[in-house]
Design a protein. Sequence first.
Length: 330
Amino acid sequence: MAGARIVRLRAADGDIRVGVLSGDQIEVLPESDPVSVLTAGRLPEPIDAVPVGERLWGYYPMSSHAVLQPVQTGDSGFVDGAPHRQALHPLYNRYLRCSADRLYRPEHEAEIALLRPLFITSFLIDDFLADNAFFGASTIVFASASSKTAYGTAFCLAQRRGTPAAPRIVGLTSAANVAFTAGLGCYDEVVAYDALARLPVDEPAVYVDMSGNAALRQQVHAHWNERLKYSCSVGGTHWDTLGGGKGLVGPRPALFFAPAQAKKRTDDWGSAGLGQRIAVAWGGFIARVTDPKAPWLTVVRGRGAREVEQTYRELLDGRTDPRQGHVLAL
């Protein structure tokens, strides 16, 4: 892929395609191949209420340029009205003006792109569990505890320490990531996957599964058995060991859908109330993540199709360092 560029094309039928341009040859990628990324982009042409040069935060294709069809423009940003994107949840079509975004800080742009969407999910998982009185459990167990959504949720839960019914927070991770995960300080205990059996089962637990690992899920359910009060399925970091929940003892795994909890809290608190709570939680989290004395995350930058492909393959192979976050440019 040396010398290649990833480009976005408009087909004769109006659909958008992503392709690889090398010399005068274009290879159009199938629809399942493109990877959307969250970042800030710069507007090259004027639209209503948004000037040229405005930085916009949202989901973009992994390419040098994107074709958007702005609708519902306003002070906060706009929605991409392209027909091929209308089947997506509105969250993925919204582009926010960085100048009007309460969470945006230029010095934290990389961390915002890497962590903000994950942390909003973390905030909502924490809120969902608390809203349901932790389903009567006194322990919350995370799989793939070194993942950023997991430790973001653990961070939120850790802010409840010292309050009535605050749960104990346990992280399961690979042996290679135990030291890093324990060093975060937001878990009360961190153990490797192969040490799961030594965890006590005398207290009821909730399982928050970021891994999607079917075999691990079976072990967790069997270990806590009837003391497992809720099984929350969130992610699939172990993409090569995914599986369903048939034949499990204990509760049937339930998929966590962040927009549903966000809608509930918007109804309860109003949009401004929810936004204010997220902003406060994010402020504490980003301060800890970027603490110069002991940062949780180091930004690693790369450029070009070759580095994008290399980093993506390392991610698929599970060879990425949890201490690092990659910001890549084509």
